[in-house]
Design a protein around this ligand. Structure first.
Ligand SMILES: [Zn+2]
Length: 365
């Protein structure tokens, strides 16, 4: 775990989110360069090529607008050592593509998602150095064309290169270098673990990193937002790790100098502990279809709402914000509302308000 280092994370982010990479839009020369950089990093560490002798999985698929999409996933493998369990995989993933240019301005995508890719490369290095201790196999994948509708991860699943019944857990990183706003600067969100009791408890056991607040929230609160989505559809237990969308999300301001590399190091170390525990489980985690999580989530959101009221000066705050947040606090504290479906809706509407509030932070640095 000591090899996970903020300077290495920063170096990788600066490489992938440099102007030369031109925003890494899939099916461009620059995005292929980014894919090659990830493949070379995997090779240098010692990972085996994950796709029948190759680090690359070329694919063609359809984007969310129905358009034809071409790209390259990149995969590297560390084989496990347990006779029985080594045929099971933990998929550790992020996406390397971004949005290219917008009206001539390069969108560097440092947080989205050079940060996540730097995380999986550092994790690959850390796990390679203890590979003799691994029971299950670890599959590191950098997906392409996430921004077009998670095309790379969908095609990965469809290809059958790794059967979903052999994937015991999926860990997905997308945007791990920032924070929604200052008063939650130490927060990282772990979403989706409610679909597996075991992963829930492994998160709690792995979360004791000083200065890092790991907050679990149900995946229903954001829907299908990143590459965990096709795994979730196939009922693969998963955890989505993200610091969420700050004001510069999907703009030309998502640059390497904005990221918090100390925090990223902490997040990667938390993930190391979580993955190490998950790969050594006796039993494969079971997927729970309809977890009831609204009671836990409403408690988390209640805390966040109170934080916001205490830190109004951070935002272009209006009276409507005060009315809304106070109303939500009341709903979260009201026992009559402890109906799972209804409470989930309240959690969702509160999160949407917070994401929009993030666009109104005063200090845009
Ligand atoms: Zn992303």
């Amino acid at each position: 775990m000591e090899t996970i280092d903020k300077r290495d994370l920063e170096q990788i982010v600066r490489k992938l989110a440099s102007n030369e990479m031109a925003g890494r839009d899939n099916d461009t020369f620059e995005c292929e360069e980014a894919a090659k950089f990830v493949a070379e990093s995997f090779k240098k560490i010692g990972l085996e090529p994950a796709f029948t002798g190759s680090y690359f999985q070329r694919f063609s698929g359809r984007g969310f607008k129905g358009d034809a999409i071409i790209g390259s996933n990149v995969g590297g493998l560390i084989n496990g050592n347990d006779e029985k369990l080594k045929s099971e995989y933990i998929v550790i993933a992020a996406h390397h593509d971004h949005l290219g240019k917008y009206y001539g301005k390069v969108m560097n995508g440092a947080d989205d998602n050079a940060s996540g890719v730097s995380g999986i490369i550092e994790l690959a290095e850390a796990f390679y150095s203890i590979k003799s201790l691994l029971k299950r196999s670890l599959l590191f994948v950098s997906f392409d064309a996430e921004e077009d509708g998670m095309v790379g991860s969908h095609e990965f699943i469809k290809s059958g290169a790794y059967k979903t019944k052999n994937i015991s857990t999926m860990i997905c990183f997308d945007l791990i270098g920032g924070s929604m706003f200052k008063c939650v600067k130490d927060y990282v969100f772990a979403l989706g673990a409610e679909h597996s009791d075991v992963l829930e408890s492994l998160i709690d056991k792995s979360a004791s990193i000083q200065g890092l607040n790991v907050t679990k929230i149900g995946i229903y609160s954001i829907g299908s937002r990143s590459d965990y989505s096709p795994f979730k559809d196939r009922k693969v237990p998963f955890v989505f790790i993200s610091t969420s969308t700050p004001w510069y999300y999907h703009t030309e301001h998502d640059d390497p100098e904005r990221l918090d590399y100390v925090k990223m190091e902490k997040i990667a170390r938390f993930a190391f502990k979580l993955i190490f525990a998950a790969q050594s489980l006796e039993q494969k985690p079971l997927y729970i279809n309809n977890p009831k999580v609204s009671v836990r989530d409403s408690a988390q959101l209640l805390k966040l709402c109170e934080k916001l009221l205490e830190n109004k000066e951070e935002f272009e705050w209006t009276d409507e914000d005060t009315v809304f947040i106070k109303k939500q606090i009341e709903k979260f504290s009201n026992d009559e509302n402890q109906n799972d479906f209804k409470m989930k809706q309240i959690v969702q509407e509160t999160l949407i308000h917070m994401v929009l509030l993030a666009l109104r932070v005063k200090d845009k640095k």
